[in-house]
Design a protein around this ligand. Structure first.
Ligand code: UDP
Ligand code: MG
Length: 326
């Protein structure tokens, strides 16, 4: 029988050879000093092109807690985290970047918070050191825009640095969707969630691997996975088009009746308005059906039950015992 693990740490690594040893040392020390018992550090090599994988193998010799996982190619941060989560065996699971931007030492505080009865403790960035003004501005805009459009409450200024209970990780692993925007999925799952504020550090070494293209893709995944608002644009435009056409119709007919209109203008205006509006309405209908088909295709559970409570009537002496059910 394997020893139960109190904590699994999942850290995605893409070309992190320069800072990985420091990260593992800090993470292992932090995990050892908090009261979780045995733990594992799952390092997911996301198709690195540098010496990250051989370094992971070396580190696993000095740190028996290290579990190395190598993906076949660069699948991207969110899928690397998903792979790590599916392998994590601990009662609590911490997702953290391997570049020490999320301080590993916060794990003690997060564990203490989770053990007060929470399902998720996420780290919200109070400040972000060493980031370009462009990254700060786009991130700010993205988190606020997503919070306004998304159907679930996705917390602002929060990345994937979070500690989760086994129950939430099991539910997350069971979500079959392909475009995985993990912070949104965790928010969607609900349960008892809380935050701790932290100062995000600058990278200890190397540069960000989140290129503009990867950032845009993540933003696109976030928006389209949690909102069908973009598809509804056609519905809004169609409603607007119907109002404008009606006003134009009145104007054109009055012009025609009073003889102010240039010959031919009335019929031309009416034809243009009619077809433009008809097309918008058709697109709106497509959008509404497509949005529903898309949501259905995600195959998410319809709802998740946290607890079932029944007031158990006092059982007669010697009767059946319902204690412990639910
Ligand atoms: N990462 C990854 N695959 C990628 C890009 C990044 O596994 O394609 C990892 C990276 O090694 C780091 C974490 O994801 O541990 C966050 O990436 P990064 O530091 O480049 O992003 P930033 O912190 O600048 O947003
Ligand atoms: Mg980083």
């Amino acid at each position: 029988m394997t020893t139960p693990l109190g904590l699994s740490v999942v850290a995605p690594c893409f070309n992190e050879e320069a800072g990985l040893a420091v990260f593992v040392a800090r993470m292992a020390a932090a995990a050892r000093s908090c009261d979780v018992g045995a733990f594992e550090i799952i390092l997911v090599d996301d198709g690195s092109r540098d010496r990250t994988w051989s370094l992971i193998q070396q580190l696993s010799v000095s740190y028996p807690e290290v579990v190395g996982v190598r993906l076949s190619r660069n699948h991207g941060h969110q899928l690397a985290v998903s792979a790590g989560l599916s392998l994590a065996r601990g009662d609590r699971v911490l997702v953290i970047d391997a570049d020490c931007q999320d301080p590993p030492e916060l794990v003690g505080q997060m564990v203490a918070r989770l053990d007060q009865g929470f399902d998720v403790v996420f780290g919200r960035r109070r400040s972000r050191a060493g980031e370009s003004p462009f990254k700060l501005a786009t991130a700010r805009l993205f988190y606020r825009g997503l919070a306004a459009l998304a159907e679930s409450d996705i917390p602002v200024d929060t990345g994937d640095f979070r500690l989760m209970s086994r129950r939430i990780v099991a539910r997350l692993n069971a979500m079959p969707e392909r475009d995985r925007f993990i912070r949104g999925m965790v928010a969607w799952l609900g349960g008892r969630q809380t935050e701790i504020l932290y100062d995000r550090e600058a990278r200890t070494s190397g540069a960000t691997h989140y290129t503009l293209a990867k950032m845009l893709r993540l933003a696109g995944d976030g928006l389209t996975s949690f909102s069908v608002a973009p598809l509804r644009l056609a519905t809004l435009l169609a409603a607007f088009g119907v109002c404008v056409s009606f006003l134009l119709l009145v104007y054109a007919l009055v012009g025609f009746a009073t003889g102010h209109a240039t010959p031919g203008w009335t019929s031309l205006a009416l034809i243009v308005v009619f077809f433009a509006t008809a097309q918008l309405i058709c697109m709106a209908i497509f959008g509404e059906y497509l949005g529903r088909a898309y949501m259905q295709a995600k195959g998410r559970p319809l709802y998740l039950i946290d607890e079932i409570h029944v007031a158990v009537p006092p059982s007669p002496p010697g009767g059946p015992d319902h204690a412990g059910r639910g």
